[in-house]
Unconditional design. Structure first.
Lengths: 386, 386
């Protein structure tokens, strides 16, 4: 086991009818004014917006609202929110939405106290030193942004979808009421679930001695999510399935899967996918359903025993030839069975677009830990994924 | 899944040669003076004391030392440390030792800022409102005190071994270097490991709908610890086994196993054992190896499917009659195979002592969640355990 630091200080308040606690939580922390960050409008239909604002009013927390955060969130919106945070002298940012809303709120929390451009943190020109506190009400599970130290944002002008990491970005408190997810679109449930599964797999394929328990944990988490997603495709209002999937999504990328590994995981698939979704605006989880199996096929010879273990313990493929590749094919079949696209051509990417995606992703190359991935490798993986 | 709050904000710094970070960690948090709480002296032999004091000196953190904390830690010692914290105007408490040292340091951190007797918090006369921050260097794994909100202390005059719980008691940072545990006595490795296994089982037998993943997680954790403890009995210096057992012990009682359950678990076995170890001063894990199988046999009819699941998934007992009881017998056999006593008579308890233990434990009755346990039930469990 490699040395590691584990730190996930976010308080999770989880369950039915928990959203009306938000005002009391903020007031108890002495927060009297927030900017609320919102997405595309579902919170106005499912009662979440009404519950949050009633609670803020009740507990005397002043607020203003910034809506319109979309999936693959944009730097322009982050900058608008920073301006609002400053002009309102807000004491905290309140994310009310899914992972994109959380990422946007977190980036804005960092930018509001930075004497310069917030993108400085994404491109490494500045290191986070302070941030406004972030609180959240989660309405769609997937990214684990509600319990991690990451924010991913796209700068539109050069299609860079990059990440910033800092302990300052852990939300103080995240409320997760799984029942409000009963009405999200099926493809959002699927895409969010696939994102979470791939978060675990990014860690899983980078092994080290002494990780027997951690690897078992990763498999347990993946199997649980793989059971629950199709249950929700059948019955979106199944509370127990929603709750278990939501909790697993939160755990999938809160650091627990990553401990004790070289580089904490691989993440080449995520980096490549970020270039796909930055340019073509496909949902992140959909992009991963396409890219990750291609990456797996490309690198599996570099860690064949692990890929065979995955095939055995997740798909029961224990005998015969080519177990690693058969496990990868089974994963792709599983994604397809959920109704997810599994090839770039299915989401409007032309073969002629692949070099442009490779160029974009190669700005961060070399990628990965299972195998070092350069621009040429990225292009080959994109061709496999096409 | 029942509603829950998950909160475990302690930063864990884990691995070889991490102890020299302690001075820098304290200095970065602005802590310039601590009282260091120590146990029986092993830290002077294994280099931990030297590494800690050198790091504190290097980073300008002033300190004084309070040693002599023993297993089943005593209220008298907590009070002495509170006096020292006050007279020194210490800014934090630094635990350097095992679970008893952490529990003592945590209780003292609470008492130092309380205008009254620290026992008020244990008997419910006062609610924790503030505490000094606690930092720690763990030298023996078992209790998970390094990452939880609990402190258990014995008041000598009436043999009450009671607990206090508060979010204020999470250590800010706990350093865990598993390599320093290579020289702890075998029975301490075994007792600590058994304590951690039973922490998971206290949660596991209190089920609710929607906990499939959490139950799988508990089994994964128990199986991992059951693999590692005998490896360490054979080779105490096996780093990977130490590291994995240490991490599993930390997770076993940091709240992860307890989410979504009624009452967060049962804990009748722990309560009864506290009375055994308060009066007879046996190691806590040894007491649990004795009490928990007896409790399991006493209550298993109240949750038979869960006890059968345990037998199947932990011991492979999937066919035939009496699977629940056979699983319990297998657990007892496992504890015995580690060299642990498994009966009260083996640790110097006479049958005539049982009513006194029952009276002591019944001060907190009714106990438990699988089945409500009153004084008469406690006596029957003690007879089974005798």
């Amino acid at each position: 086991m490699r040395n590691f630091t584990f730190y996930a200080p976010t308080k999770i308040v989880f369950g039915k009818e928990t959203i009306p606690q938000i005002g009391e939580i903020l007031a108890a922390d002495g927060v009297s004014r927030v900017v609320m960050v919102l997405g595309g409008g579902s919170v106005f239909k499912n009662g979440v917006h009404a519950a949050v604002t009633a609670s803020l009013d009740k507990h005397g927390v002043a607020f203003s609202e910034m809506d319109g955060v979309r999936s693959n969130p944009r730097l322009t919106k982050v900058r608008e929110i920073i301006d609002r945070l400053r002009s309102e002298k807000a004491a905290a940012v309140l994310a009310v939405g899914g992972g994109s809303v959380f990422d946007t709120a977190k980036a804005a929390a960092l930018g509001a106290l930075h004497d310069g451009d917030v993108w400085d943190f994404f491109c490494g020109k500045a290191q986070p030193a302070k941030a406004l506190p972030v609180y959240g009400v989660l309405t769609a599970s997937g990214t684990s942004s509600e319990m991690n130290h990451t924010a991913v944002v796209t700068r539109e002008e050069d299609e860079s979808k990059w990440a910033v990491y800092s302990p300052l970005l852990f939300p103080k408190v995240s409320i997760i009421d799984p029942s409000v997810q009963a009405t999200i679109p099926e493809n959002q449930t699927v895409s969010g679930g696939i994102d979470a599964i791939t978060h675990v797999l990014e860690a899983y394929f980078v092994d080290a001695p002494g990780l027997d328990f951690v690897q078992d944990y990763c498999e347990t988490l993946v199997r649980a999510m793989m059971r629950r997603i199709p249950e929700l495709v059948k019955n979106p209002a199944d509370y127990e399935a929603r709750a278990e999937l939501a909790w697993c999504c939160t755990l999938a990328h809160n650091g627990m899967s990553n401990i004790g590994r070289p580089a904490r995981g691989d993440f080449a698939s995520h980096r490549i996918e970020h270039s796909v979704s930055a340019i073509f605006d496909v949902p992140h989880g959909t992009g991963l359903a396409i890219i990750m199996p291609a990456w797996m096929a490309y690198v599996c010879k570099n860690a064949e025993p692990l890929f065979e273990r995955f095939a055995a313990n997740v798909f029961g493929i224990r005998d015969g030839e080519n177990r690693a590749l058969r496990g990868i094919a089974a994963l792709k079949d599983y994604f397809r069975s959920l109704g997810s696209p599994v090839a770039l051509r299915e989401v409007g990417v032309a073969q002629a677009d692949l070099p442009r995606i490779a160029d974009n992703a190669a700005k961060l190359a070399p990628l990965g830990a299972v195998r070092k991935i350069e621009r040429d490798d990225i292009l080959k993986i994109l061709e496999l994924a096409w």
